[in-house]
Design a protein around this ligand. Structure first.
Ligand code: SF4
Length: 399
């Protein structure tokens, strides 16, 4: 538990000094990144959306490719969703891409294709919350607009030993208030980026490098030798686990090379959980979770200790086949189940269809290579990767 200190150090003179020290450090130490120092609100917008929950290193290759294809909001607004999703494939959290695409259409329809500089108009763009709005306004338009993200929270709570739960609305208000005070003055865009840069490279979550920090002299957590107590967050209650069986339903074509294997997937409805994304079909559970007519049909709800014997030799079995996927309030424990339907009878297909939550006619068949280019939902992507499918897709978190 951190000590719950309330700081008396938030005065303008202290902040002005800290601000100057940080700006000078940033000038000398900032990383060179393709979205920096270009003053293009569209590039700032795209980069900030990509950077949400994703590492800088992962964003780098996607950003250049995306901006080359969609250099303006109009270019993105004109594109089909499938193309947008394929350029986003592997970055994850597709709702971000969808909102960006919708936001680009808003910019075309309501602002003649130019990203607006009015704070209210920016906040009204699809997928743009206070953080992204602050980034666009300060970085691209040099407005004194505050931003608060995980890095800013870490730096501020340590600097001023703010020990209250950072999820409380009062603490959030206090942090936004601090950010507002900090951003006032010269170079507001650089200042916001400097705080985030410090949090990402020096004031890091587990091993803060206080000896290299430009704010060390005035940092209260450093003086008390306990930076790791900040920020303080109340532990979340455990998410409800739900077991889900996803079918890797395989059909082999003329020869049995990898590229002639096709997997069944379908596109989920546009709204709701994993809306609009491609997914492996879900197998409905039998009442007792035992294999269903295993000897006759080879369709299994596998015994967890024993799943590897049902996996295709082309998909290497793993020691632990189950993979978890967390949603806001629940967690799926996903079991990939390989079912080869190439040589199976009509009776088998009917039996299998009865165990799927949808009909066979709704399925589409793709090779692993083709799947890699589609906007797959997280659980299906993880199930494929867990089963050893050679997908390029990656995940990351944090700047
Ligand atoms: S002195 Fe250490 S804890 Fe304080 S802001 Fe710098 S890196 Fe973070």
């Amino acid at each position: 538990m951190p000590k719950h200190l309330s700081s008396t150090e938030f005065n303008d003179a202290t902040i002005a000094k800290q601000r100057a020290e940080l700006l000078s450090w940033y000038e000398q130490n900032k990383r060179t990144l393709p979205w920096r120092d270009i003053h293009d609100p569209w590039a700032t917008w795209v980069s900030e959306i990509m950077l949400q929950q994703t590492r800088v290193a992962s964003v780098l290759e996607y950003f250049d490719r995306f901006m080359t294809r969609f250099p303006t909001p109009s270019a993105l607004a004109d594109a089909e969703w499938d193309e947008v999703a394929s350029l986003w494939a592997g970055l994850g959290y597709y709702s971000r891409a969808k909102n960006l695409w919708k936001g680009a259409k808003q910019v075309v329809n309501e602002h003649n294709g130019e990203v607006p500089s009015d704070p209210k108009a920016v906040l009204a763009l699809s997928g743009v919350g206070p953080y992204t709005a602050g980034a666009i306004l300060s970085i691209a338009f040099a407005q004194e607009a505050p931003i608060v993200d995980g890095n800013v929270i870490r730096v501020f709570t340590r600097l001023y030993t703010i020990g209250d739960n950072i999820q409380d609305s009062q603490t959030q208000k206090q942090l936004w208030g601090l950010a507002e005070t900090w951003v006032k003055g010269e170079k507001p865009g650089d200042l916001n980026q400097a705080i985030m840069e410090l949090g990402a490279t020096v004031c890091t979550p587990k091993v803060p490098m206080c000896l290299l920090c430009p704010l060390q002299k005035s940092c209260l957590a450093y003086q008390q030798a306990d930076p790791l107590h900040y920020p303080y967050k109340l532990k979340k209650t455990k998410k409800r686990p739900i077991e889900v069986y996803l079918g890797l339903i395989l059909k082999k074509c003329s020869s049995d090379t990898d590229e002639n294997e096709r997997y069944a997937i379908y596109q989920r409805k546009a709204t709701g959980l994993l809306g609009g994304l491609w997914a492996l079909p879900m197998l409905l559970r039998s009442s007792n979770s035992k294999p269903v007519k295993a000897s006759e049909y080879a369709v299994f709800f596998p015994d967890k200790s024993d799943v590897s014997e049902f996996l295709s030799p082309k998909i290497s079995p793993k020691a632990q086949p189950m993979v978890k996927h967390a949603f806001t309030h629940k967690e799926w424990q996903v079991w990939p189940v390989l079912i080869d339907v190439s040589q199976q009878s009509e009776r088998f297909i009917n039996e299998l269809e009865a165990q799927l939550a949808l009909s066979f006619s709704q399925l589409q068949w793709y090779s692993i290579h083709e799947l890699d280019a589609l906007a797959l939902g997280g659980p299906s992507l993880k199930a494929l990767i867990q089963a050893g499918a050679p997908l390029k897709a990656r995940r990351g978190s944090g700047r």
